[in-house]
Design a protein around this ligand. Structure first.
Ligand code: CP
Ligand code: NVA
Length: 305
C-alpha cells in the first residue's frame, strides 16, 4: 500500500520516531543511501514561493540518485488549466512520487486519493509537516530527548504551528502556543494533539501571554505574522501580533540553555529581533540544513517503503 505524507496526524508516533532516526542516519552516513532511488522521478509542484523546501527536495532527490521535475503555477496552473484530478492522473503514469506546495490542504489530500503514488505535503495553509520533521531532528540535536521538555511557539497559530504541535504531542514534548485572540491553532488540531498527548504524556496548551509561555522553555519558536496568501490581512495582522515579538526580554525568561527556532523566511524586526535570530541560542541555519536530511528520509521511506 502506498503511503502519503500529508499531515503529522496521519503518522503514528512509532513511524515518526523511525523517520527522525532515519533523518539522523541520512545526515551521519549520506553515502549509505547514495543511489537508493536510482531511476525514480519525483514531481515538485509549487504554487507558492519557496527557497528551502524547493532546494532541499531537489538536492536531496539528486543525492539519493533520483531525478526531480520542478513545476510552478505558471507551468501547470493547477486546477485552472487542468483539474487537480486530471493533473494527478497524468503524473502517476510518469512519476514515482509527487511533492506539492499549495493553498488549500484539501487539494493535497485529493491528490493523494487520485494517485497510486505517494504524495508529500510541502506546505499548505493548514500544515507544514516536512518542516516539523526537520525541526524535531534539530530539537533532538540541541536539546536531547524531547520527552517532558518544553516547546513554546509564539505568534500565529498557523500551518507551521499546527505541524509542530502535532509532532510535539506524538513525541511526548510539552507544547505551549501563545497567540492573540482569534489566531489560535484550529480546534481540530488541538483535539488531535491533546489525544496523542494523552498517550505520550505531552501537555498541550494555548495561552495569551507570550512572556508567561516563555518561562523555562527549552525551545522558543516563532514564524512570520503574515503567511503566504494572507497579504491582504497584513495591516490588521501587524497590529494583532504587535506584543508577540521574540526579543531578548522574552528569551531571558526561557532556560539559559534554550534554543531559538524559526522555519524561515524571517521578517526581522517583526516577529523576531536581530539580536535573537543572530544570537548563540539561534539554531535557524541548522534547521535549514536539516530540511535536507529529513526530506531525504521522507522520500526514501515513501518510495522504498
Ligand atoms: N521554511 C520553509 O519552508 O521555507 P521555504 O518557504 O523557503 O521553502
Ligand atoms: N507560515 C509561513 C511558513 C513559510 C515557510 C507561510 O505559510 O508562509
Amino acid at each position: 500500500m502506498k503511503r502519503d505524507f500529508l499531515s503529522i496526524a496521519d503518522w503514528s508516533a512509532k513511524d515518526l520516531l523511525k523517520l527522525l532516526a532515519l533523518s539522523a542516519d541520512m545526515k551521519a552516513r549520506p553515502g549509505k543511501y547514495k543511489d537508493s532511488i536510482r531511476g525514480k522521478s519525483v514531481a515538485l509542484i509549487f504554487e507558492k514561493q519557496s527557497l528551502r523546501t524547493h532546494v532541499t527536495f531537489d538536492v536531496g532527490i539528486y543525492q539519493l540518485g533520483g531525478h526531480s521535475v520542478y513545476l510552478t503555477q505558471s507551468d501547470i496552473n493547477l486546477g485552472k488549466r487542468e483539474s487537480i484530478h486530471d493533473v494527478s492522473k497524468n503524473l502517476e503514469r510518469w512519476m514515482n512520487a509527487v511533492v506539492v506546495r499549495t493553498y488549500a490542504h484539501q487539494s493535497c489530500v485529493d491528490m493523494g486519493k487520485y494517485m497510486k503514488i505517494p504524495v508529500v505535503n510541502a506546505l499548505t495553509d493548514y500544515e507544514h509537516p516536512c518542516q516539523a520533521v526537520g525541526d524535531f531532528l534539530t530539537v533532538v540535536e540541541h536539546v536531547g530527548k524531547p520527552k517532558k521538555k518544553k516547546f513554546v511557539f509564539v505568534g500565529d497559530g498557523n500551518n507551521v504551528c499546527n505541524s509542530l504541535m502535532l509532532m510535539a504531542s506524538k513525541v511526548g514534548m510539552n507544547f505551549v502556543a501563545a497567540t492573540p485572540v482569534g489566531y489560535e491553532p484550529p480546534a481540530e488540531i488541538l483535539k488531535l494533539a491533546r489525544k496523542a498527548g494523552k498517550e505520550t504524556g505531552a501537555a498541550i496548551e494555548v495561552i495569551r501571554d507570550p512572556f508567561e509561555a516563555a518561562k523555562d522553555a527549552d525551545v522558543v519558536y516563532t514564524d512570520v505574522w503574515v503567511s503566504m496568501g494572507q497579504e491582504a490581512e497584513k495591516e490588521e495582522r501587524l497590529k494583532a501580533f504587535h506584543d508577540y515579538q521574540v526579543n531578548e526580554r522574552l528569551m531571558k525568561l526561557a532556560k539559559k540553555s534554550a534554543i531559538f527556532m524559526h522555519c524561515l523566511p524571517a521578517h526581522r524586526g517583526e516577529e523576531v529581533t536581530d539580536d535573537v535570530i543572530d544570537s548563540r541560542q539561534s539554531v535557524v541555519w541548522d534547521e535549514a540544513e536539516n530540511r535536507l536530511h529529513s526530506q531525504k528520509a521522507i522520500i526514501y521511506t515513501l518510495i522504498k517503503g
